[in-house]
Write a protein that binds this ligand. Sequence first.
Ligand code: NAD
Length: 280
Amino acid sequence: MSAVILSGKDMAAELLEQQSARVDTLRLNGIHPALAVIMVGEDPASAIYVRNKERACAKAGIASQVIRLPEHTTQEELHARIEELNEDPLVHGILIQLPLPKHLNETAALTWVRASKDVDGFHVINAGHLLQGHPTVLPCTPQGILYMLKKAHVPLEGAHAVVVGRSNIVGKPLALLLLGENCTVTLCHSRTRDLASVTRQADILVAAVGRPRLITADMVKPGAAVIDVGINRVDGKLCGDVDFDAVAERAAYITPVPGGVGPMTVAMLLENTLEAACRA
Ligand code: NAD
């Protein structure tokens, strides 16, 4: 294997120490950082993600509460619960665990969260600031990816970054963040023609699709930095969107799954919660 493995697990552990120290300082100033997570229904994957977030908060000394609402919760009931948290001065960050059950309008719910308490960066106001290149709260996964690239000193300015996947939570905001770092950005999706011919041009290649081993070694430029966002389960085992072993022979940097982007997403949630607590 030739690629350097970018361990999100290690980077997140290092960040956690700094975050714990920040919590101590905030507490000395009478501020007890607190996150509220709303989960509607019982999606098993969401339950695991929420548990990971609770554990990470506990390690950092951030108070967290999970509000579990039944599957049949109405939009009005959800908004009423969000409103209570908006008004609660002891809650600094609010996170709506996605996906919501099909009958609920996600955009409406995300926008009901007060923008200053939006620790996911999904509120339209915060997304608009990102679009315009203004400082704002950044979505956790893209922010974590940028952190990893910078930490590894991967050159960004002028690099060709190819992002595969155009979701509002990963692909689109990441494309904007990389543009802000003066990358030349190409955003690919399910209708992209000849995906391999595009990915082969990438100095930085990000896969955020949710298809096991979509990115094979022949789709990667030698020496590229390859970031694997995908979380898939094959035969009971977690894997990403990148054919890890073969691509690691060709890339200069690669993130593993698990232990890559996932822990950094949680680390950035803590970071955003601490920022929200400081602002409050
Ligand atoms: P999504 O599931 O909303 O959408 C998938 C995207 O992939 C779409 O934009 C679609 O156009 C594109 N796509 C589908 N098939 C394609 C193909 N054959 N070629 C090119 N593009 C194709 O996206 P999401 O919510 O960003 O999730 C993507 C993956 O990332 C999932 O596996 C998800 O579990 C994972 N994820 C991981 C983290 C983390 O912290 N590690 C965070 C968020 C999402």
